[in-house]
Design a protein around this ligand. Structure first.
Ligand SMILES: NC(=O)c1ccc[n+]([C@@H]2O[C@H](COP(=O)([O-])OP(=O)(O)OC[C@H]3O[C@@H](n4cnc5c(N)ncnc54)[C@H](O)[C@@H]3O)[C@@H](O)[C@H]2O)c1
Length: 330
């Protein structure tokens, strides 16, 4: 019987850099557009205490690897004990062997920012040099770094609802990214108006957008990442109306409040020509991305299983090559 490599959270943190993850995310999004990835719909079992058990399953056909993220998204009580907890088992689809069991927590942070970076590389103006991050939690910090990997970013503008958190993020980013000017803004408007790329990465759950379309100048690229539920939104209707919009997977991402709320209010048509399609189509050159320097583009993600499995595979291959992790017979 084959052995299974167990790869824990700390090792994942060491092995999965955003730089390594971006090419893997581009390949996976492109493969999805080309029909080379199979995914099941996300299944969720809600519990009374607010904990959600989620299962996200995908098979990467070219890599002959399949897996499933099994994760608990914690409700308010469980969140006091820390972040979400989960694993990704990786199977070889030819031999049927269980190659690895990989911790999922760090993957969720890094793959989300790396997917956004892949989309930003495909859509943002080539000369974009200022990036704003609205919401400086885990995703915000990862996104700020990821933006610097795909464009010549010289300035990062950070805004958070509680300013201390933005200041802590600024200090951490300034240390990690020497040579980049990192500034904390007093308002979301100040950050957004002065940016070429804007990432919304808050955990806001209400129907009170934090980004307004009236603040966007021609040529801006927006990454709307934080809102994954149908009930809340980060970007207002004007942003949706002004943008050419791409998704990690359109069918799933259109259910998030960023799109579902303005569609539900009949403020934009469900078949609006603003909704272009999956970002993988742009990476596969079957869809046009930015068509002019004036276009405002937007990437809306909700998180898909294929990129979890692809990121787990990056970690597994690095760990196996370096003889890291713990081998067990299951
Ligand atoms: N699109 C995806 O693929 C994807 C993947 C993972 C996480 N997410 C989402 O990203 C969001 C952020 O995740 P995280 O791990 O960084 O969370 P986090 O708790 O580390 O950070 C959230 C930040 O949002 C801010 N915030 C909360 N409520 C706000 C409000 N009403 N207005 C403005 N700011 C507010 C907080 O101050 C905090 O800094 C979550 O909603 C999560 O569901 C999306």
């Amino acid at each position: 019987m084959n052995k299974t490599l167990i790869i824990g959270r700390e090792l994942c943190r060491e092995l999965l850099t955003v730089e390594d993850c971006i090419p893997a995310m581009k390949n996976t999004l492109r493969a999805l557009a080309e029909g080379q990835v199979k995914m099941l719909d996300r299944s969720v079992i809600p519990h009374q205490n607010g904990n959600l058990l989620a299962l996200m399953t995908a098979s990467l056909l070219p890599q002959e690897t399949a897996g499933s993220k099994v994760i608990i998204f914690p409700g308010p009580e469980a969140a006091k004990n820390g972040t979400s907890q989960g694993i990704i088992p990786l199977f070889d689809t030819v031999t049927g062997s269980l190659k690895a069991i990989v911790d999922a927590t760090q993957i969720t942070v890094v793959r989300t920012a790396a997917v956004t970076a892949a989309a930003t590389d495909a859509l943002a103006a080539k000369d974009a040099h200022t990036a704003a991050v609205l919401g400086t939690g885990r995703q915000g910090i990862a996104h700020a770094e990821a933006m610097t990997k795909v464009r010549g970013i010289t300035k990062l503008l950070l805004w958070n609802r509680t300013q201390e958190r933005a200041e802590a993020a600024a200090a951490a980013l300034a240390e990690k990214l020497p040579g980049i000017d990192v500034e904390v803004c007093n308002t979301a408007e100040e950050a957004a108006r002065n940016a070429d790329i804007i990432c919304t990465t808050t955990s806001a759950r209400s129907d009170e957008p934090i980004l307004k379309g009236e603040w966007l100048h021609p040529g801006t690229h927006v990454n709307a990442i934080g809102c994954v539920s149908p009930m809340g939104r980060e970007v207002d209707t004007e942003t949706v109306r002004k943008s050419r919009i791409f998704f990690d997977q359109a069918e799933a991402a259109k259910k998030s409040g960023d799109i579902a709320i303005p569609v539900g209010l009949s403020e934009i048509a469900s078949d609006s020509e603003n909704f272009i399609g999956d970002i993988g189509g742009v990476l596969a050159a079957s869809l046009a991305g930015r068509t002019s320097a004036e276009d405002i583009t937007m990437f809306k993600s909700i998180g898909i299983s294929a990129v979890d499995v692809a990121a787990a595979l990056v970690i597994y291959e690095k760990a196996a090559a370096q003889g890291l992790g713990v081998e067990v017979e299951i």
